[in-house]
Design a protein around this ligand. Structure first.
Ligand SMILES: Nc1ncnc2c1ncn2[C@@H]1O[C@H](COP(=O)(O)OP(=O)(O)OP(=O)(O)O)[C@@H](O)[C@H]1O
Length: 328
């Protein structure tokens, strides 16, 4: 595997000027992160609001000077060759960059010119990209007339017009409805198939990271707290949750028998529910149900819940990613 992005000990401390005679305050937004992305990977950078995702991304894409650390991006040293970095990457910012009053095709060609691409070549590439992103009829339309999802896909086309090897997407689906989000994920996944593009995507949506990414880095308070494939991360939570519905008066006895049947399952009773954990709920279930039946215990219902990335975040930080998002 060849690394296309390697950042070591990257950090950023913001200084905030205070009013009056108070000393300036500092915010340690990113505290020495290491990031490796291999060619062809789709890597998710997940964390709650304010965790340091955008700051990290802006440093890697040369938009912000790091306070410390170093990085090589697409073969170029971040500090010594920022122009080389910029030419080799695509960056799709959270807010997008298209002018609502501009014509889509012109916007694409003008953007390509910034990279020294011949306008004819840019127009050809732009049309192919728009077709790939399901925007074939948009060439002559005004950017502002596109729907939210179409606009995000146009932003992606803008980020790809110079055929970068590595593209950074900053929270690409924020503000989109569920259907447009799923549609966007489909298009992002296709980028790799069609163009072999490596994708680095920041998000605070766990389902997005889960659906799209080969590997996930979780950042919290400026520190990477976990890294792995979605499956590896979920395994770290300690397995599936098995939920048995029983008559409330049988719950305590059910928990007692279940604890004997499945080692380390730590059953907990809540009203008419008994919750236990198992490394593999699907395999444990037949043994559990047979054992409970043999003990004369009737089960009204059973559910197996696979851990989510939110459970991973909760286990690692004691907080829910969703709560943070909702509170922000
Ligand atoms: N220009 C700035 N000056 C001072 N502090 C900043 C600045 N930009 C970001 N911060 C602070 O740095 C921390 C990290 O912010 P950052 O925007 O990188 O987080 P994020 O994970 O991208 O959040 P979000 O999901 O909300 O975009 C936060 O505490 C934020 O308030």
């Amino acid at each position: 595997m060849t690394a296309i992005l390697k950042a070591r000990n990257l950090s950023k401390t913001y200084k905030i000027r205070s009013r009056g005679k108070d000393a300036p305050k500092t915010v340690e937004a990113v505290k020495g992160v290491d990031i490796t992305v291999n060619e062809g990977e789709i890597v998710g950078f997940l964390g709650p609001n304010g965790a340091g995702k955008t700051t990290t991304l802006r440093m890697i894409t040369t938009l912000l000077d790091p306070t410390g650390g170093e990085a090589t991006v697409a073969g170029h040293d971040l500090a010594r060759d920022p122009i080389g970095v910029r030419r080799s990457i695509g960056y799709v910012a959270q807010m997008g960059t298209t002018d609502p009053s501009a014509i889509v095709g012109e916007e694409l060609v003008d953007h390509a010119k910034l990279y020294g691409i011949d306008p004819k070549v840019a127009a050809e590439r732009g049309k192919v990209l728009l077709a790939d992103l399901d925007l074939q009829d948009a060439w002559t339309r005004k950017c502002g007339s596109l729907s939210g999802g179409q606009r995000r896909r146009l932003d992606i086309a803008m980020g790809l017009i110079h055929e970068p090897k590595l593209v950074f997407l900053d929270e690409p689906s924020t503000g989109l409805d569920p259907q447009s989000r799923a549609n966007l994920w489909h298009h992002i996944a296709r980028l790799r198939e069609e163009y072999g593009t490596t994708v680095f995507i920041t998000t605070h949506y766990m389902d997005e990271a889960d659906a799209l990414c080969d590997r996930i880095l979780i950042i919290d308070h400026g520190v990477i707290v976990a890294e792995g494939t979605p499956e590896e991360l979920k395994r770290r939570v300690g397995g599936d949750q098995v939920i048995l519905s029983v008559a409330p008066e049988l719950a305590a006895r059910t928990a007692e028998v279940a604890a004997r049947l499945i080692a380390d399952s730590h059953p907990e009773v809540e009203g008419g529910e008994v919750r236990l954990v198992s490394a593999d709920g699907g395999t444990a279930l037949p043994k559990l149900l047979a054992g409970l039946a043999a003990a004369g215990l009737d089960i009204d219902g059973v559910a197996v819940r696979r851990p989510t990335l939110d459970d991973v975040f909760l286990t690692l930080t004691g907080r829910s990613l969703r709560d943070d998002v909702a509170a922000a």
